[in-house]
Design a binder for this molecule. Structure first.
Ligand SMILES: C[S@@+](CC[C@H](N)C(=O)[O-])C[C@H]1O[C@@H](n2cnc3c(N)ncnc32)[C@H](O)[C@@H]1O
Length: 294
């Protein structure tokens, strides 16, 4: 575990997926095979709507930092956005490349190895910069934010998804996994394993708790304006056997109108229960920067 992107953890995770040829586990598929694909589909819908409503529709350039398998980037690429994926892990990019090829996206998706604190692209070269599940793995998010904001053109849009450990769907999901693991092992008289179930509460990678105010501060300190932070994803991913996972997916699918409402609402319920937070801000345009401070 390290406090600078949990790099080793994710490298091992990608190697495990590559060995099992599971390239598109988190691709937001129309006909999802697992709960991750289903949950990511809602995020992909939200992203497309958000980019269009902010004036960055298809044709805009997007840099997805810490892209891993790049599910959202590939979805955007297939709909006409010009996407570049950046990750420090070559295995993560191998996942992205295989994932893109299997969905019919080839060289349109550019993939770069690099550190988010110093992305190997010219300053101000992207309309939109995104990161999903990256910032919370840094103890000091400042250098990562500076690196990402540097690549944004003036007036460009920054969008991050951060998980935040607080009473929420995230904690409920982890409590559920802990209880399920303890009951499963107790029923098989595996007392030692049952006692270790508490580990389901604590991830085996570095994760820094950030609330709404903390996320807002991180974006503002990086010089972004018009910052908005709201809770998304009412349903947590759960550790379920395949038969129950299908039932859970049916339940989520039936509640899809609710999920779409939840993901775009900004109120006390969604902000406290959301599994993760969406944090959005804009890099000041040149005319904003020229404006004298009051
Ligand atoms: C939790 S995964 C998220 C992957 C993907 N964005 C998603 O939502 O499925 C975090 C990703 O960030 C990458 N990463 C970690 N530290 C990084 C860094 N310093 N620079 C670039 N990428 C990094 C990891 O290799 C991993 O692919």
């Amino acid at each position: 575990m390290n406090a600078n992107g949990s790099i080793d953890h994710f490298r091992r995770q990608w190697q495990t997926h590559i060995a099992a040829a599971e390239y598109d586990m988190t691709y937001p598929a129309e006909r999802p095979r697992n709960q991750w694909q289903l949950l990511e589909r809602f995020k992909a819908d939200l992203m497309r709507d958000l980019l269009i409503s902010e004036g960055y529709g298809p044709g805009s350039t997007v840099l997805e930092c810490g892209c891993g398998a790049a599910g959202i980037g590939i979805d955007l690429g297939l709909q006409g956005w010009r996407v570049t994926g950046l990750d420090i892990s070559e295995d993560g990019l191998e996942m992205a490349s295989q994932n893109a090829a299997s969905h019919g996206l080839g060289e349109e998706l550019e993939l770069l190895v690099g550190h988010v604190e110093a992305p190997p692209v010219p300053d101000g070269s992207f309309d939109v910069v995104t990161s999903f599940g990256l910032l919370e793995h840094f103890e000091d998010m400042g250098p990562a934010m500076d690196g990402m904001v540097r690549t944004l053109r003036p007036g460009g849009l920054f969008v991050a998804e951060v998980v935040s450990f607080r009473p929420s769907a995230l904690v409920a999901g982890r409590l559920f996994d802990m209880a399920a693991s303890a009951s499963y092992n107790l029923a098989r008289l595996r007392v030692r394993k049952a006692l270790h179930s508490w580990r389901k509460l604590v991830p085996d990678f570095y994760e820094k708790p950030l609330g709404r105010n903390g996320s807002r501060r991180v974006l503002e300190q990086a010089g972004l304006t018009d910052v908005r932070v709201w809770g998304i994803r009412p349903f947590p991913p759960l550790g379920l056997p395949a038969s129950l996972e299908q039932k859970y997916m049916t339940l989520i699918d039936r509640a899809s109108s609710f999920v779409k409402w939840f993901d775009s609402a900004d109120n006390v319920i969604t902000n406290s229960w959301g599994w993760s937070l969406m944090a959005v801000g804009r890099k000041p345009s040149l005319s904003d920067q020229d404006r004298p401070s009051p």
